[in-house]
Every structure is written in structure tokens, then in C-alpha cells.
Design a protein around this ligand. Structure first.
Ligand SMILES: NC(=O)c1ccc[n+]([C@@H]2O[C@H](COP(=O)([O-])OP(=O)(O)OC[C@H]3O[C@@H](n4cnc5c(N)ncnc54)[C@H](OP(=O)(O)O)[C@@H]3O)[C@@H](O)[C@H]2O)c1
Length: 298
């Protein structure tokens, strides 16, 4: 089996480079790849890449993910998150390949406090969410066999993420203010990548599993609760921090002015995924603790 991976150096893409290997030959590309074009802004180039590689499965982990910057670069966000996704889907349809793609809880407006299900009506609050939703629609319209995973609050041991930012700030400052009215589930790039490999194996045997799935770690927390967990874990593992637990202050979203509005309710219901794929989803604290152990040991 041949797998074509776009976005190999992103959080999820990096983990996919590992998790996809046992399934077959992996052609992994990023924006600066030379032999094949991996730049999603080059629509002709990526079409040529798919035709040259002739994969059985295309995995698209690349995306325009700069949520705030997307407000001032809507055309580029549209090109990468919608037009490029559409081309990958058209090419997958043309050669009867699978397309695995990732989307976001930001397709929803964050109202209420129930976990969103796949059939809930999307209503994005920002350009990033709008383009990710249009990307999903473009894939469905192309008619290819596909799996789309909507996820949230992705972290990885590699690169920058919320937990690492909190660790850094806690060494510099006596006090931290953290948003406590946005609720979601921190989800590991490693979990997403491992599940993707399982999903590909299953989809090849049971094509009827094609479709849209919500996929996040179990449980829920606010950014404030997440920060609290990270710093408590760090201290328990011998890290000295200037910020003590009682000096992490919860604040509402309006305390931070950002270009893009963010949803308050980022909860995603994963029942459909668990039922169809028959996989267990671990609690977010298990994955975050593991990631922190790796980060703190460095
Ligand atoms: N991060 C989250 O919290 C989150 C939440 C929900 C859903 N998702 C979705 O999950 C998927 C994976 O996200 P992630 O967290 O792994 O994001 P990430 O770490 O930001 O990775 C995205 C990758 O896309 C690449 N990329 C951007 N523009 C490109 C272009 N023109 N051509 C080729 N590659 C390009 C980036 O490369 P450069 O580094 O060179 O820019 C980066 O390697 C995405 O579909 C994202 O929308 C993420």
C-alpha cells in the first residue's frame, strides 16, 4: 500500500510519519519538498504530485492553522483549507484512493454546553472555522471515499503548544491569567495519528466506515483547568516555577483581545467514532501527563 502524506512536519503530520509506517510505503511531504510538490498553495503542483505518486491513501495533515492571522489573510486560508482540500479530494476520486482529512470544533459557534454531534448545524465564528467547514464540504462534494476527523485543542511534545507556553510563563512570572470560559479536551497529536492508522486499516476492509467523525480525548476542561494541571504536574516532578497554583487566575475570554473570536463550547461528542471504530479513547490527562513527562525530561 502507498500512502501520500501532506504536512509531515506539523504536530499531527510528524506523528503520522511514525504511525503510518507499518501500513506500507509512506511518501511524506511538506511545503518545501523537492521531488514532489507538497505546497498546498500550489494547486497545480499538488495535483501533479497525486498523479505521479498514485497513492492508495492520501492523508492531509497540512492546513492553514493560524487562527488569528486568518482574519487578515482569508484568501490564503481559503486556498489551503478549501481549494487544496478540494483538489486532493478530486484526485482521490479520480484514482479511487481514500482521503483522510482533519477538521475542527471551530466549525461550531460554541453555544450551549452539550458536546457537539456530527449532525449539529455548523456556524463558524471566524475565518479559520469557515474555511475548515468549506474544506469538509468540498471533500464531500468531490464524492471520494474519505474520513474526516474533527478534533480540538491539539498538542504535541514537539513544537510550541499551550502546555509549553504555560511552563515557560510560569518560570518567568509570579502570576498567570488564563481563560476559564472556553471548554474543550486537549487532544494529543500522537493519539490522532495512532487512530488514523487504525482507521485506514479498518476503512480498507470496511469502506462503509467512510464519513465524518468527532475525535477528541475523553473528558473536558477549561484552559484555566488545563494550565492548573500542567503546573501542578510540573511541580510534582521537580520543576521550580515562580507561579504558585493559587497565582493562576481564571479570567473570561473577553479579558484577552484576539483578532478571531473563539467558541466557548468546544466539547465534541465521540460516540459515533467509538461505536463504528470500536476503539477506546483515553482521558485527556493521560496524554498530557505523558507529553509533559517527555518535555520535562529534556
Ligand atoms: N492545532 C489545533 O489545536 C487543531 C485543532 C483542531 C483541528 N486541527 C486540525 O488538525 C490538523 C493538523 O493540525 P496541527 O495541529 O498538526 O497543525 P500544525 O502543527 O499547525 O501543522 C499544520 C501544518 O500545515 C503546514 N502548512 C501550512 N501551510 C501549508 C502549505 N501551503 N503547504 C503545505 N503545508 C502547509 C504547516 O507547515 P509550516 O509549519 O511550514 O507552516 C504545518 O506543518 C489541521 O487540519 C488542523 O486544522 C488542529
Amino acid at each position: 500500500m502507498k500512502i501520500l502524506l501532506f504536512g509531515k512536519n506539523g504536530q499531527v503530520g510528524w506523528e503520522l510519519q511514525r504511525s503510518l509506517q507499518p501500513l506500507g510505503e509512506v511518501v511524506a511531504l511538506d511545503r518545501s519538498s523537492q521531488v514532489y510538490c507538497g505546497d498546498l498553495a500550489d494547486l497545480v503542483g499538488i495535483r501533479q504530485t497525486v498523479r505521479a505518486v498514485m497513492p492508495d491513501v492520501i492523508v492531509n495533515a497540512a492546513a492553514y492553522t493560524a487562527v488569528d492571522r486568518a482574519e487578515s489573510e482569508p484568501d490564503l486560508a481559503y486556498q489551503i483549507n478549501v481549494e487544496a482540500a478540494a483538489i486532493l479530494a478530486q484526485e482521490a476520486q479520480r484514482m479511487d484512493a481514500w482521503l483522510i482529512h482533519y477538521s475542527t470544533d471551530y466549525v461550531f459557534d460554541g453555544s450551549g454546553d452539550s458536546p457537539w454531534i456530527e449532525s449539529d448545524l455548523p456556524s463558524p465564528l471566524n475565518v479559520y472555522g469557515q474555511t475548515k467547514l468549506q474544506g469538509e464540504e468540498a471533500i464531500r462534494n468531490a464524492g471520494c471515499r474519505h474520513v474526516i476527523f474533527r478534533t480540538s485543542w491539539v498538542y504535541a511534545a514537539r513544537g510550541n503548544n499551550f502546555a509549553r507556553t504555560m511552563l515557560r510563563l510560569a518560570q518567568e512570572r509570579n502570576q498567570l491569567t488564563v481563560i476559564d470560559d472556553q471548554i474543550g479536551a486537549p487532544t494529543g497529536a500522537d493519539l490522532l495519528a495512532d487512530v488514523t492508522a487504525h482507521a485506514i486499516s479498518k476503512a480498507l476492509k470496511q469502506p462503509e466506515v467512510a464519513g465524518l467523525y468527532h475525535l477528541v480525548a475523553d473528558g473536558e476542561v477549561s484552559w484555566y483547568g488545563y494550565a492548573h494541571f500542567v503546573l501542578t504536574f510540573a511541580r510534582e516532578h521537580g520543576w521550580a516555577t515562580k507561579t504558585q497554583s493559587e497565582a493562576i487566575l481564571p479570567v473570561p475570554s473577553r479579558a484577552f483581545a484576539t483578532a478571531a473570536k473563539r467558541p466557548l463550547n468546544s466539547r465534541l461528542n465521540t460516540e459515533k467514532f467509538r461505536c463504528i471504530f470500536r476503539l477506546n479513547i483515553p482521558h485527556w490527562q493521560i496524554g498530557v501527563a505523558r507529553m509533559l513527562t517527555e518535555v520535562l525530561e529534556k
